[in-house]
Write a protein that binds this ligand. Structure first.
Ligand code: SF4
Length: 374
């Protein structure tokens, strides 16, 4: 079931205004973006950001903010370990912060509770980003790095404007001790075609039941469009990954997730999949209020939740287990034995009950993932 039309949505078409920090105006990346932006109006903001348009009260401003792209410099660090929590098993991922927010609008998006301004932002000082990576790799040559750009935004949502994926994929091409994961809900992959990627980039999609995709993930590509894009990437030699996250309880969830999994393996060669994660919905308590105001017709926050050790709401253990076991059983019917199937932010007991082993039995989750791409 999908009410999305067959035209692949371009999230950048949602942008109606570009704002530029004055010291970025002459930056070559800014110039390239503005050249691609065509008729989108551009405004240079003042040095103290005072000129930036007030979009009204939070959280309603989040809706308006998705029309506005701010081009600026990242004056902090681009590259940081993922802020996992010590209470649950995390995958030791490194986050590359290319900008904040995205023009799509998922009801459960955690960014709604994190953002301190409603704008979409993109950092144009890509040269500093690459230098940070070069430095980090040189400082710890023994480390294997799994890097992702999809933590504070969608990795490809702005790619038609920024062209960043081409820069990153080509930079990573010969970095044997690292792999880059581009995680997306779009089907905007044409920038990845024809690149010498050296097998160092994994293109990843968040997947959900067709009903959740259609109802709770606004302006994203449909399930079929995502899978068609994944198949194209596989045909260009990229490794793929898929994330069933957030798994959301809803009426008919078994049929929905089973259908998605069936479609997934009908669309892409199983050998091309490096890893598949599963993670049940979890959210900061403040998110429920924000999303409730923005999406009053959405019902899934009204299920029963408990507070996890990380302060986030999550489903009861019995329900999480039931959903993981069901989805894992479906995945096992089709998946390649080399694909690493794992849980995101769960504990050893749940691992044991779902898979019959814990990450420690296999050298730890980071090592399991490293092995899937080394
Ligand atoms: S695609 Fe990702 S970043 Fe964009 S709104 Fe959805 S969850 Fe948030």
């Amino acid at each position: 079931m999908s009410n999305k039309k067959n035209i692949v949505p371009d999230p950048t078409s949602y942008i109606s205004m570009i704002h530029v920090e004055p010291d970025c105006l002459d930056h070559p990346v800014t110039r390239e973006i503005l050249a691609r932006a065509g008729n989108i109006p551009v405004e240079v903001i003042s040095d103290d950001n005072q000129g930036i348009k007030d979009l009204g009260f939070y959280p309603k401003s989040l809706t308006a903010g998705k029309h506005h792209l701010l081009l600026g410099k990242n004056r902090g660090r681009f590259f940081k370990p993922c802020p996992g929590t010590k209470e649950y098993i995390c995958c030791d991922y490194q986050v590359l912060n290319i900008g904040m927010n995205c023009p799509m609008d998922c009801v459960y998006c955690i960014l709604q509770a994190y953002l301190n301004n409603p704008y979409l932002s993109f950092f144009v000082n890509i040269e500093d980003l690459l230098n940070e990576l070069i430095e980090a790799f040189a400082q710890k040559p023994e480390q294997f790095w799994r890097i992702g750009t999809g933590e504070f935004t969608d990795s490809l949502a702005l790619d038609r404007l920024t062209g960043l994926s081409r820069v990153l994929v080509q930079f990573m091409r010969d970095k044997d001790s690292a792999v880059l994961e581009l995680k997306t809900k779009t089907a905007v992959v044409e920038n990845l075609e024809g690149l010498d990627h050296g097998g160092r980039t994994i293109v990843a999609w968040s997947l959900n039941s067709p009903e959740i995709v259609a109802r709770e993930e606004l302006r994203t590509a449909s399930l079929d469009q995502r899978l068609a894009a994944a198949a194209r990437c596989a045909s260009w030699g990229y490794k793929l990954a898929f994330h069933f996250d957030p798994i959301i309880y809803h009426s008919g969830w078994q049929d929905g997730y089973a259908e998605t999994i069936k479609k997934l393996f009908a669309a892409v060669p199983k050998e091309s999949i490096a890893w598949i994660s599963m993670g049940c919905l979890r959210y900061l308590p403040s998110l429920k209020k924000i999303a409730g105001q923005r999406f009053p017709n959405s019902r899934f926050f009204h299920e029963e939740f408990i507070e996890g050790l990380d302060g986030k709401a999550r489903y009861f253990r019995t329900l999480r287990l039931e959903m993981y076991q069901f989805i894992y059983q479906q995945l096992q019917q089709y998946a390649d034995p080399e694909t690493c199937i794992y849980l995101c932010m769960e504990n050893n007991e749940i691992w044991q009950e779902v898979f019959g082993f814990t990450p420690d039995d296999r050298g730890g989750l980071p090592k399991m993932l490293d092995r899937a791409v080394k």
